[in-house]
Structures are given as structure tokens and as C-alpha cells.
Design a binder for this molecule. Structure first.
Ligand SMILES: [Zn+2]
Length: 238
């Protein structure tokens, strides 16, 4: 592993609006490119964000554009051997997104809040397992929720929203759909929405409000969704 950066806030990238002339196609701007802690990370991140913005999937493009246009800034930081980049559970590989105001996540946010996405470089490498898992897309939803002031106090709502878009990505790249949040609660909203022709309606929650449709009745929804997704095993529902 490369050594931890002595200048942890260099190498950040920010999504910012290019200006009023291009409101529907915001430009991604790299901050301090000459001082980047790891130019390879910035290059791969830029390429992946660009790919999201040009995705064939309208929902993925919309996520990118909404993040770019959000009133709060969204920055990205590489997870390295520097523990300051790790998630609170001490996992050096588990991506996470933090509000820059340093206040507890459980407070929720109904005003735009700057956010930093922490992500391992391998998640930006096309075709890698972490890329296929849709980690960046998942974290980008958390970042958008913060940057747009739609960050629900209930973490299960936040995780279901993020996993919904993550499953949009997984469906697009042919990965197995995610069915639970680390076994703690069901995350089959995408599968349920797909079954009911309601994907656009669910996505609308993410782009316009802070809540999410209530989980469908666990046993029924999960079994329907699992059958629909071709997944055989049961879902643990908290
Ligand atoms: Zn999450």
C-alpha cells in the first residue's frame, strides 16, 4: 500500500456547477490537480464520474447530474492505510460518506450540507468486484442526500435509498442484486419496484424528497422480489 498522505485534504475532487449556461449538464471540476495525493485515484474517479454522467441508464445519469447540481459540495477522498479514511467500524475497505459539518448522522439534515465520500481506489477500477458492486453509486446517493438537504434521520431509510440506486447499477452491469443491508434489514425496494412497474416512482423519492416508500410486507415482498431476481435464499428482515 502506498503511504498515508500527510496532506489529507489534497487530492479531493468536487462536483460543482459549471455555471448557469449549462444547468442540465454540470461539469466535474478537479480541485488542486497538481497537488493530488494520488493522481491515479483522481484520474479513475474522474473517468468513473464521467461514465456515470454518460450512462445509458437515465436514472444513473440523473443521479450524476443531481449530485453535480446539488447546492452542497460533494468531495471524494481515497481510502488508504491512513485510519482517518476508514469507516467508523475500522474497516479500511468499506466505503462511507460523511457530513463535513461533523455533526452526528442521526440528526438527519434538511438543509444542504457539504459531504465527503470515502472510497477505495479499487472500487473505481472497471470490472473489479467493488466496481461491480456499485459502491460509488451507493455512496453518491448518501452524498446527494446530504448535499441537497434530504438526509433522513432514520439510517434504514438512507440505506434503502442508497441500495435502491446501487441495485439499479447492479442490474445494469449484471451483478446479483443486493437483498439486505449487511443482514440487518431487507433492501429489496428495487426488486419490489421492478415487479410493480414503479422504478421511476421510487427513484422520484430520491430526487425530490427525503423519505422512501415503506418497506413492503417483508415475507411477501421479499419472496416475490427474490423470485423475480432469481435469488433462492431467504432474506433476513430486521
Ligand atoms: Zn450506505
Amino acid at each position: 500500500m502506498r503511504p498515508a498522505s500527510k496532506r489529507p485534504w489534497f487530492g479531493l475532487m468536487a462536483l460543482v456547477l459549471a455555471g448557469s449556461v449549462q444547468p442540465a449538464c454540470a461539469r466535474l471540476v478537479v480541485q488542486d490537480p497538481a497537488q493530488a495525493a494520488d493522481p491515479a485515484f483522481d484520474r479513475k474517479l474522474g473517468a468513473m464520474l464521467d461514465a456515470l454522467g454518460r450512462s445509458n441508464d437515465a436514472l444513473i445519469r440523473r443521479l450524476h447530474d443531481a449530485a453535480a447540481a446539488a447546492p452542497g459540495a460533494i468531495r471524494f477522498r481515497e481510502m488508504t492505510d491512513d485510519p482517518a479514511t476508514w469507516s467508523s467500524d475500522g474497516d479500511p475497505q468499506r466505503g462511507h460518506t460523511e457530513p463535513d459539518d461533523g455533526r452526528p448522522k442521526r440528526e438527519g439534515r434538511n438543509a444542504p450540507t457539504d459531504a465527503t465520500v470515502f472510497i477505495p481506489q479499487v472500487a473505481l477500477e472497471v470490472g473489479s468486484p467493488r466496481w461491480r458492486s456499485g459502491l460509488l453509486v451507493h455512496e453518491l446517493v448518501h452524498a446527494l442526500d446530504l448535499a441537497s438537504g434530504r438526509y433522513n434521520r432514520d439510517y434504514t431509510v438512507r440505506e434503502r435509498r442508497a441500495t435502491f440506486m446501487q441495485n439499479v447499477w447492479r442490474h445494469d452491469v449484471g451483478s446479483r442484486l443486493r437483498v439486505s443491508y449487511h443482514g440487518r434489514f431487507s433492501t429489496v425496494d428495487y426488486q419490489v419496484a421492478a415487479q410493480h412497474g414503479a422504478i421511476a416512482a421510487y427513484a422520484n423519492y430520491i430526487f425530490t424528497r427525503a423519505d422512501f416508500p415503506p418497506p413492503a410486507a417483508p415475507a411477501k415482498a421479499a419472496s416475490h422480489a427474490l423470485r423475480g431476481a432469481g435469488v433462492a435464499r431467504a432474506v433476513v428482515v430486521a
